[in-house]
Design a protein around this ligand. Structure first.
Ligand code: PMP
Length: 361
């Protein structure tokens, strides 16, 4: 049998592993930080009607500039943003990939603060960008001093700030983002994939965009918006940034079906986001109950919790899976990560974990 190594693959990709969060059909899937609530049925019907309309014109290429979608996204974000500030792609992973294609590449560097989103180094590798792992402070926090010191030390072409950070949940203050944006010579990407789960009224990095043309805020419809299967991510930045990603995007990269579906979901954004407060409540419940069970939950501004104090993470992961509950072993010693699900799913997780008893702690 031919193996990967037999192929004339790029030397810098040899020996690497692809992104591989397990995909399993289980009753309680709390492993990839989706919104586990289904889409409201009336929204689904409107999305279907819009997609059906789009299908009648599938003989034609879609709007390459997805203008209506960019306008709708600008309206959703507010902050005085306009369509020219917005860009979208098939998930924010593709948005990040396009940014790395445009601003990274061979001979260039991208810096992140590990542990952070596992796709960053993979996207860097795929685009031939050298990845630099800078450390965090205690408990995975990130202060302006630590972040700025790393920027000064490495002088990267791109900085990726995951706010809040996956997999740790750690919120990132605007003060840190502002300090990094001021210190960096290159592009600073603030990945706000989980922003909608922050405390109501918490400021977004969108408030820092004016006058900072190298600052980019990335968002997604995959998390709070409950639209992961549709694959829609987007960015807000100076219009010059969207000009840059136009140089590397594939023409017509957002299908007419995707555009129609996203417009449908955005037309019902209040309904699509109606479960966010409940999910935040379940996250707080997880934090409380895990602490009561003797685990050590880390501070989270997202819809998931990383918790330490797990004697054997792999054994606990497997024992939960045997009970139909899939969480995430992200390979950080002594920890596991769980997504805040519906109340029923969260109860199933907490009860199963409690039943494992002291063996787990
Ligand atoms: N950024 C972060 C921090 C994420 O956790 C994820 C999804 N796990 C993404 C980006 C990408 O999500 P999507 O491509 O679905 O928008």
């Amino acid at each position: 049998m031919t193996s990967l190594d037999d192929l004339p693959i790029r030397d810098d990709l040899r020996g690497r592993s692809p992104y591989g969060a397990p995909q399993k059909t289980v009753p309680v899937a709390l492993n990839v930080n989706e919104n586990t609530h289904p889409i409201p049925e009336d929204v689904a019907h409107d999305v279907v009607a819009r997609v059906a309309e789009a299908i009648l014109s599938l003989n034609r290429y879609p709007d390459r500039e997805f203008t209506a979608l960019r306008e709708a996204l600008a309206g959703y974000l507010g902050h005085g943003l306009e369509a020219a500030n917005l860009w979208a792609a098939n998930g924010s992973n593709e948005v990040l990939q396009q940014l790395l294609q445009a601003f990274g590449g061979p001979g260039r560097t991208a810096l992140g603060f590990s542990p952070t989103y596992s796709m960053y180094p993979l996207l860097a590798a795929g685009t031939g960008t050298a990845w630099i792992d800078a450390p965090r402070d205690a408990d995975f926090e990130l202060t302006a001093e630590t972040a700025v010191a790393a920027v000064h030390e490495h002088d990267p072409d791109l900085v990726l700030l995951c706010a809040p950070n996956n997999p740790t949940g750690t919120p990132v203050s605007l003060e840190v983002i502002e300090a990094v944006a001021d210190a960096a010579r290159g592009i600073v990407i603030v990945d706000e994939a989980y922003f909608e789960f922050a405390e109501p009224g918490a400021p977004s990095a969108l408030t820092l965009l004016a006058g900072r043309p190298r600052l980019v805020v990335s968002r997604t419809m995959s998390k709070a918006f409950a639209f992961a299967g549709a694959r829609v991510g987007y960015l807000a930045a100076d219009p010059a940034v969207t000009d840059a990603v136009r140089l590397v995007r594939l023409p017509y990269h957002l299908s007419a079906i995707t555009q129609a579906a996203a417009l449908g979901a955005l037309a019902h954004s209040d309904e699509m986001l109606a479960t966010v407060a409940d999910i935040r409540g379940q996250r707080e419940r997880i934090e409380r109950e895990l602490a009561a069970l003797g685990f050590r939950p880390y501070r989270s501004g997202a819809n998931f919790v990383l918790f330490g104090g797990v004697a054997d993470p792999h054994a606990v992961f497997t024992a939960l899976l045997e009970r139909g509950i899939l969480i995430r072993d992200i390979g950080l010693p002594g920890t596991l990560r769980v997504t805040a699900g519906t109340e029923t799913e969260t109860t199933a997780f907490l009860e199963a974990l409690a039943a494992l008893g002291s063996a787990a702690v």
